[in-house]
Design a protein around this ligand. Structure first.
Ligand SMILES: Nc1ncnc2c1ncn2[C@@H]1O[C@H](COP(=O)(O)OP(=O)(O)OP(=O)(O)O)[C@@H](O)[C@H]1O
Ligand SMILES: [Mg+2]
Length: 232
């Protein structure tokens, strides 16, 4: 289990996360739902080690990794696809994936074989440069790159945002498939409809604090939570 407990994070002297606790089980998809500026990206980045919390901890399968350096997180089986994707535009899809596999000291051929099972459409794109990919293809490569590191937990930051509904559905199906193979997937989302495509299980974050944990349907019935979600 990936377990986050009572995170408090200050950025430039401002308290951005106040009290964030959440759990992601292997084989499940969990959504961190919240409006713009609520603290989703900061939460994921703290799990990845880009920010050091002043309170709280991050645990992976019982091991405390709160203060482990960023590059060690892949060793602790956490994969991450950031909001801005960070696909290298002048490298091919193959090279982008290779780089990630190498970073995790993983065999590229073996990693790619598994990735193509999830995203068969990437096969014909392997030689294409990142620059020439469509929005949906870029998201696919971002997920593929995280998968190349063979994570047990996968963190994805608003990867379904702005895609055509059909493409978003396609990616959502892949995420569920990835989870069904035993990976714990945490997706940050600001859009209820997109969140619903991947999971029912949500944590709602508002002003750096988790204000709700449960199903999306129940959240929409909760008189304190619904207004927050209504504005998403
Ligand atoms: N590096 C930073 N410097 C200053 N303020 C920051 C920094 N990073 C985040 N913040 C602030 O922290 C708050 C939470 O930001 P965060 O990016 O975590 O929100 P988010 O939920 O991911 O929002 P979005 O939906 O817009 O991506 C915001 O008010 C943001 O302005
Ligand atoms: Mg964000």
């Amino acid at each position: 289990m990936l377990k986050v407990e009572g995170l408090q994070v200050f950025i430039k002297g401002i308290e951005i996360l106040r009290n964030v606790s959440l759990e992601v089980e292997e084989g499940s998809v969990v959504c961190l739902l919240g409006r713009n500026g609520a603290g989703k990206t900061t939460t994921l980045k703290t799990i990845m080690g880009f920010y050091k919390p002043s309170k709280g901890k991050v645990e992976v399968d019982g091991a405390d990794i709160t203060f482990k350096p960023v590059h060690e997180r892949t060793r602790h089986k956490i994969g991450y696809a950031p909001e801005d994707l960070k696909i290298f535009p002048w490298l091919t899809v193959e090279e982008n994936i290779k780089l990630a596999a190498n970073t995790a000291k993983r065999d590229y051929e073996e990693a790619t074989k598994k990735i193509l099972q999830t995203f068969p459409e990437l096969e014909k794109l392997l030689g294409r440069k990142g620059y020439y990919l469509s929005g949906g293809e870029k998201r696919m490569v971002a997920i593929a790159r995280a998968l190349a590191q063979n994570p047990k937990y996968l963190l994805l930051d608003e990867l379904l945002e702005g895609l055509a509904p059909r493409v978003a559905e396609r990616l959502a199906t892949s995420l569920k498939e990835i989870a069904s193979k035993g990976v714990g997937v945490l997706v940050a989302e600001s859009n209820v409809a997109l969140a619903k495509m991947v999971t029912r299980q949500v944590y709602v974050i508002e002003r750096g604090e988790i204000i709700y944990r449960g199903s999306i349907e129940d959240a929409l019935k909760d008189h304190k939570v619904a207004p927050v979600l209504g504005l998403l």
